[in-house]
Design a protein around this ligand. Structure first.
Ligand code: 5GP
Ligand code: ZN
Length: 114
């Protein structure tokens, strides 16, 4: 755990968040500034800076996060259509340096994103 990392602190319960679901290796909570009627963030419990920092022995974890996204979509009743996105690096729009997947739904999504 990195004490300076916001999402590590949410994962440890140090900073409160509205938890949507949890798994052995991940936790999902509501985004504080939702961009859609449903907007959850799925993070690994362990600190990983972004998808770009992922190592080979962490590949199973990404599978867990992808399955978690589908589970959350079902839980939230948006399985008909939703978006899963991860921003990487400042140029990619990442503002918190702890790997996270956004799960967005409950409205029609447009493409391309900005
Ligand atoms: P990024 O911009 O890195 O892809 O996504 C970070 C997300 O974290 C943003 O959508 C932002 O609204 C959300 N966020 C930032 N601070 C907090 C917080 O303290 N609590 C929660 N629940 N979400 C946060
Ligand atoms: Zn972290």
């Amino acid at each position: 755990m990195d004490n300076r990392c916001l999402f590590c602190r949410i994962a440890s319960g140090d900073i409160p968040a509205t938890i949507v679901a949890e798994g052995e290796h991940w936790i999902a909570f509501r985004d504080i500034e939702p961009q859609a009627p449903v907007h959850a963030l799925i993070i690994p419990r362990r600190h990983i800076a972004s998808l770009d920092a992922l190592s080979l022995d962490e590949r199973d974890l990404v599978g867990d996060l992808a399955l978690a996204a589908a589970e959350i979509a079902r839980l939230e009743g948006i399985e008909e259509g939703y978006r899963v996105v991860t921003n990487i690096g400042e140029q990619g729009g990442q503002s918190v340096s702890h790997l996270h997947f956004h799960v967005l739904g409950g409205r029609r999504m447009s493409w391309p994103p900005g």
